[in-house]
Design a protein around this ligand. Structure first.
Ligand code: F6R
Length: 248
């Protein structure tokens, strides 16, 4: 696990944006794994800017998102499909058919998990997976107790996650209780993982994920097992890490 600490959130966001842009330039047909959430919004805004100003070309890229809420159709403004269209896909030259998210309204959600895994395998797996981290320790929506070998499936959202995202839904009572998410095992199969966390609010869970034991109680700690994982932090998110050279 490589830990990169930047002075500010802007610098951390720029660092991650440039990793993604380099991947796309070096391998125009790359398969990108994408995350949603507040942390990623400025990354997508910068990628859209690089497309507009510098011609960053998404035309041959394929993307797979980590997760989707169960029960939210693509046209629901709270769905992650809507988020991705709004923040990235509608702003760059990616082919809509090359963008994938699990279908949260599939008639058979167990089959949907298997279909998504098949699609990922047919695409040749993920070259670069972008990850955020939840206050529960989740990556994707793999909440505490997720098996480290888990694959794409339906999960129950943790109370911390409902609290973390309730505001976006106008209150916890409006939030879906389930999501369909790539598993921890699916994420560990990606060739490279980049986890971005900013702000002091994330410092405690980052310290647990990075220097705590590998445990299914903190699913992000499984990334310690990955041979090509970079954790990019701003100073506040790294506040509880102590002597960083120990963890590189
Ligand atoms: C969503 C996802 C989640 C978020 C995490 C952080 O696709 O993968 O793991 O990355 O909940 O969310 P923010 O950035 O809103 O703090």
């Amino acid at each position: 696990m490589e830990i990169v600490i930047q002075r500010s959130a802007d610098a951390a966001i720029e660092f991650v944006t440039q990793i993604i842009a380099r991947e796309i330039r070096g391998n125009p047909r790359c398969v990108l794994g994408l995350a949603t959430g507040r942390t990623m919004e400025p990354v997508y805004a910068r990628l859209a800017q690089l497309h507009g100003n510098d011609g960053l070309d998404f035309s041959a890229c394929r993307t797979f998102n980590l997760d989707e809420y169960v029960g939210l159709a693509a046209d629901n403004k709270h769905s992650y499909r809507h988020y991705m269209n709004q923040h990235l896909f509608d702003k760059v030259n990616i082919a809509f058919d090359n963008t994938h998210l699990p279908d949260g309204v599939a008639a058979n959600l167990a089959d949907e998990g298997k279909r998504y895994e098949r699609l990922l395998a047919q695409a040749g797996g993920i070259d670069l997976q972008l990850l955020g981290i939840g206050l529960s320790g989740h990556i994707g929506f793999n909440e505490p107790l997720s098996a480290l070998s888990s694959r794409t499936r339906v999960v129950e959202l943790a109370p911390e996650t409902i609290e973390q995202n309730a505001q976006l839904f106008g209150g916890a009572h409006n939030m879906p209780r389930q999501a369909i998410t790539m598993g921890v095992g699916t994420i560990l199969d990606c060739r490279r993982c980049i986890l971005l966390a900013t702000g002091y609010e994330k410092s405690e869970i980052i310290a647990e994920a990075v220097k705590g034991p590998i445990t299914h109680m903190v699913p992000a700690s499984a990334l310690q097992l990955h041979s090509n994982c970079t954790v990019v932090l701003d100073d506040p998110a790294a506040a509880l890490l102590g002597r960083i050279s120990n963890y590189v």
